[in-house]
Design a protein around this ligand. Sequence first.
Ligand code: NI
Length: 227
Amino acid sequence: MTAAALPAAGRANAGCADHADRSIALARKARGPYLARIMAIREILEVPDPRLKIVSTPVEPHEFGPELNQLVEDMFETMYDAPGIGLAAIQVGVPKRVLVIDLQPDDPDAPPVECSLDGHKHTHPATKKEPRVFINPVILDPAKELSTYQEGCLSVPEIYADVDRPATCTVRYQDLEGNTHEEALDGLLATCLQHEMDHLEGILFIDHLSRLKRAMVLKKLDKIRRA
Ligand code: NI
């Protein structure tokens, strides 16, 4: 997921392309020990790639291990580079029930990040890294109350639209060690998790729009691509 009118990632996206690179550089620095590992930015599938319609299969007990860890590392690297706040494995062509999310909230304790690449010197609020991994996630009790966010998606570039989803939910998921957790989510995290879980069923956020609106969006996307 990408967030248009939302904190951190949205601002970075709209304001200055360099900011994202900068935060990745800082993240790399902060993640010191991981530098020894080889991480890779993978290609993100975009509509109308038919693989985005695949229903992803569960990660089986024997599949936890180095290969899954590498997939998750690569997904974070790919998501931060894009930049986005959530990514499902199928978006990099792996039909497994694996999601990564980092809402990259503002960090009030860190000095603002200076930036000048878009022609004038300015600053962005520094962001914190809060990487989250959800393996085999299941939503247990979606709220009846809905909330609306302007959503975007790395697989539907440059398109943003309001989507209604349950405002809160509890998710049951496994971590990279295979341990099961339950967590109550609200706000942007609840929305983002539900957006990413849709990907596991082969559903895109534009599939929540009316037929007319979706047709308009796809036409716009086509126009952007041909420009
Ligand atoms: Ni998406």
